[in-house]
Design a protein around this ligand. Structure first.
Ligand SMILES: Nc1ncnc2c1ncn2[C@@H]1O[C@H](COP(=O)(O)OP(=O)(O)OP(=O)(O)O)[C@@H](O)[C@H]1O
Length: 444
């Protein structure tokens, strides 16, 4: 799906310059989209952007003040509601129900558009209902009144009703909102399967990372207009997120799934001045680099491998960088350069890194430099060490520096900067002294 985009395959849905007004307000304006058959579209955007309104316009519940909506070649707003229900099924945002029918009866309602007034219950109806109950894992709840189910179970029952409708187009308004993580994934996998079979699915999804992982294309709505439409990498850019959500975020790739991955950043609470050197790798320093940069600190980073996520982030925030080729260890020259950068900084932050061969010389440089060192550690984080040397260097670093939670690093840098900038040291250089200063290790 794209805004009048060049997609192959038959068009399932066409919106042409759609405008919708509610209560005298223009809620959607100038929405033009072409959605191909068998596409999983994620509707994203801030609260009030118009996602629900767009879904309700697509299923014919709302009529546009201007423009048209065509599904499978038919103008939705010219069809009877029964005819529309044979083409579009909707899973609503609110799962509140006022009737206390058993789940199976609710799911059976999905067959109504396919049945004439005097038609009996057919084998096809039965198969559709059983399949929908099974695919949404609500078969075991089939005889319970829907009002007695939890919010998540009820949501799955309503998804089952929509599946039983067997329509070529499926609209879902926040389908994962009340679901636990297991059922979130199962529901989106199910939608993906349906899409694989040719269904066109459009889902309003608040979780940008779930949307990026599962949807073929995303449509970003902001203020009732399409701000961006296309594949997740095109739509989920830092600048689009800033425009639509007024939020600072890092956009990277998830290390395991490879999907576009958004990390929202809090507003910087400190006004930084001074310089910070950051040791990271594998994306462990991305958040800290962004936060420190947004707070106004001068940054250096490294040594990092070219191609590493942290290298990209460090470049983006304008940090001075020492890099080595991909997968190469940090050689003597790079270690000297890192040492010089640390000496040039007021504080050195060691991200929650693996203490592997690649990072050992960076940590040694931090250990030997005459600078404040903050060691980021998540509570209960487990670390792999490159042999006994790695463990020993890391232990000395923890002892020599200050251990902080990653979430606290910005405020601690701020405090240290206020207290200590200019003093340029809280530690002896060899980390071996046992005077009071050497016991500054603390947890924040
Ligand atoms: N019946 C109505 N009368 C007047 N304004 C309405 C009506 N329904 C919705 N709106 C307004 O339309 C805008 C879009 O609402 P909509 O529910 O489509 O947004 P949304 O993107 O789905 O939001 P959310 O993420 O919070 O669910 C909002 O500003 C909302 O207040």
């Amino acid at each position: 799906m794209t805004e009048r985009g060049p997609f192959d395959g038959p068009t399932a849905i066409d919106l042409d310059d759609v405008a919708v007004s509610l209560g005298g307000h223009d809620v959607l304006d100038g929405v033009s989209l072409t959605i191909d058959e068998g596409t999983f579209v994620g509707l994203i955007g801030p609260n009030g952007a118009g996602k629900t309104t767009l879904l309700r316009t697509l299923n014919g519940a709302l009529s546009p003040a201007r423009g048209s909506v065509t599904i499978a070649g038919e103008d939705v707003h010219a069809l009877s509601s029964k005819a529309t229900s044979r083409v579009v099924a909707t899973v609503p945002q609110t799962t509140k129900v006022t009737f206390d029918f058993p789940v199976r009866e609710v799911v059976k309602m999905g067959r109504t558009p396919h049945r004439g007034r005097f038609d009996g219950w057919s084998d096809a109806d039965e198969r559709a209902v059983e399949s929908a109950l099974n695919r949404t894992s609500v078969a075991r709840l089939a005889d319970r009144p829907i009002t007695e189910l939890s919010g998540g179970e009820r949501q799955r029952a309503l998804i089952a009703r929509a599946l039983a409708q067997e329509t070529p187009v499926l609209l879902l308004d926040e389908p994962t909102a009340s679901l636990d993580i297991n059922h979130q994934v199962r529901t989106l996998e199910l939608v993906t399967d349906l899409v694989g079979d040719g269904t066109t699915a459009i889902a309003a999804i608040h979780d940008l990372n779930l949307a990026a992982h599962y949807c073929d294309v995303l449509v970003l709505l902001s203020g009732g207009r399409v701000l961006s439409a296309g594949d997740p990498a095109t739509v989920l850019t830092e600048s689009n997120l800033r425009s639509a959500f007024d939020a600072e975020a890092i956009v990277s790739r998830h290390p395991v799934t490879g999907s576009v991955y958004v990390t929202a950043l809090p507003d910087p609470t400190t006004e930084g001045s001074g310089r910070v050197h950051v040791i990271g790798g594998g994306g462990t320093a991305a958040r800290t680099l962004h936060l420190l940069s947004a707070a106004g600190y001068g940054l250096s980073a490294g040594a990092l491998n070219e191609g590493d996520t942290d290298t990209e982030v460090a470049r983006r925030v304008g940090a001075d960088l020492v890099t080595v080729p991909p997968y190469a260890p940090v050689d003597g020259a790079a270690q000297d350069a890192v040492r010089a950068q640390i000496e040039d900084a007021d504080v050195c932050v060691v991200a929650d890194v693996e203490v592997g061969e690649g990072n050992l010389s960076n940590l040694e440089a931090a250990l030997s430099a005459d600078r404040l060192v903050l060691v980021e550690e998540r509570p209960f984080s487990e670390r792999n060490y490159a042999g006994d040397d790695g463990a020993a260097v890391y232990d000395r670093l923890r002892e020599r520096g200050t251990v902080v939670k990653p979430s606290a690093v910005l405020s601690v840098v701020g405090e240290l900067a206020c207290d200590s900038l200019g003093e340029r040291s809280n530690r002896p250089t060899d980390g071996s002294s046992d005077d009071d200063e050497s016991k500054t290790q603390s947890s924040v």
